[in-house]
Design a protein around this ligand. Structure first.
Ligand code: PLP
Length: 358
């Protein structure tokens, strides 16, 4: 039986993507070759890369606006390094918002390059909220934020209005909601949450920002080189890029980001509604900053843990354990998660209430 996969990533993908990927592993486009063995320079794969890059810009409303999309290896974590390498000028400074483990990891790397100012942090409350009312220094080379904090279940509802180029790690909510993507200088995301299997990361760059640091950048870390080589400077992760492409096409067929956002809102409302209604549970993130992708919650009484765990496992649910730094539970309800699976979890929560009721 296929499980209801609430894992934070690698995570659920549309069934259609699994099926078409399986077909491509056996025979890619009727070529008599598997997607796992074709050359990245083959006509068919070059077309996939081109279409995928174009589709990213189309889904973000960025076509013809001076942006380039790249699929690079190294995961989102490599962008923690590539961003300062490409944007932080000699003697300049970068501004960062610290909203969790991944934001902190990005800050740690940027500090190795130069002056890095953390404009605000929610560490004081174990990252259960998004800081507000901070000031971004006008002379910063860029401002870096994390739109969705996968581990702590918080999400930015607003992005600052500033002339400083905005850089955003959207790894865990990319393509999940309408955002004015043209506000950003660089957007990046590891594929393995809302887009595809692990092994590639998507980077969307406003090209005019590049080439201003005065640094000599090693080729593999230089966005410009990757743009010039059309995301094929070195061998790309052929299969993860192909599967991501299938997800992007699925998203377009669903009606794009606007349509998926409505579905995501309904799923999040269903689950948070139950967390707030059911006296046995409580959410960990502050209400106004709750993530619609990663829903973190606790049992009010830990004595119910064994019973709850038994119930959700019996219902075919997988991947519900919270991250070790938060504990409790985390239900990741990415784009591909059907509302029916969220309902299964809600029914289990109701079942627990019935079982433990006096
Ligand atoms: N940023 C965020 C928000 C994440 O959730 C993750 C992984 O979970 C990362 C960065 C790191 O991604 P990667 O493992 O692709 O380097």
């Amino acid at each position: 039986m296929k499980k209801h996969n609430f894992s934070a990533g690698p995570s659920i993908l549309p069934q259609e993507v699994f099926e078409k990927s399986a077909q491509a592993i056996l025979d890619f486009n009727g070529s008599g070759l598997s997607i796992l063995e074709i050359s990245h320079r083959s006509k068919d794969f070059v077309a996939v890369m081109e279409d995928a890059r174009a589709l990213v810009l189309e889904l973000m409303g960025l076509t013809g606006k001076g942006y380039q999309a790249l699929f690079l290896s190294g995961g989102a974590s490599l962008e923690f390094i590539r961003v300062p390498y490409n944007l932080l000028t000699e003697g300049g400074k970068a501004a960062y918002l610290d909203t969790g483990t991944w934001a902190s990891a990005a800050i740690k790397e940027a500090k190795k390059f130069g002056s890095t100012e953390v404009v605000a942090s929610s560490k004081d409350q174990n990252y259960n909220y998004i800081p507000k009312g901070y000031t971004i220094p006008a002379d910063a080379d860029y401002f870096h934020c994390t739109s969705n904090n996968t581990i702590f279940g918080t999400q930015m509802n607003e992005f600052p209005e500033t002339d400083v180029p905005l850089v955003c790690d959207m790894s865990s909510d990319i393509f999940s909601r309408e955002i004015d993507f043209s506000k950003f200088g660089i957007i990046y995301a590891g594929a393995q949450k809302n887009m595809g299997p692990a092994g590639t990361a998507l980077i969307v760059i406003k090209e005019e920002l590049l080439g201003k640091t005065g640094r000599s950048i090693p080729s593999l870390l230089d966005y410009k080189q990757h743009i010039d080589k059309e995301s094929m400077y070195n061998t790309p992760a052929v299969f993860p890029v192909y599967a991501s492409y299938l997800t992007l096409k699925w998203l377009k067929e669903q009606g794009g980001v606007t349509a998926i956002e409505a579905k995501n809102n309904a799923k999040a409302a269903l689950l948070y509604g139950e967390i707030d209604r059911n006296p046995l549970f409580k959410g960990t993130a502050q209400t106004e900053d709750r993530s619609k992708m990663n829903v973190c919650f606790l049992l009010e009484n830990e004595a119910h843990t064994e019973q709850f765990d038994k119930l959700w496992k019996a219902a075919g649910i997988s991947g519900l354990a919270g991250h070790r730094s938060v504990g409790g539970y985390r239900a990741s309800i990415y784009n591909a998660m059907p509302i029916e699976s969220v309902q299964v979890l809600v029914d289990v929560m109701k079942e627990l209430e019935r079982t433990v009721a006096p």
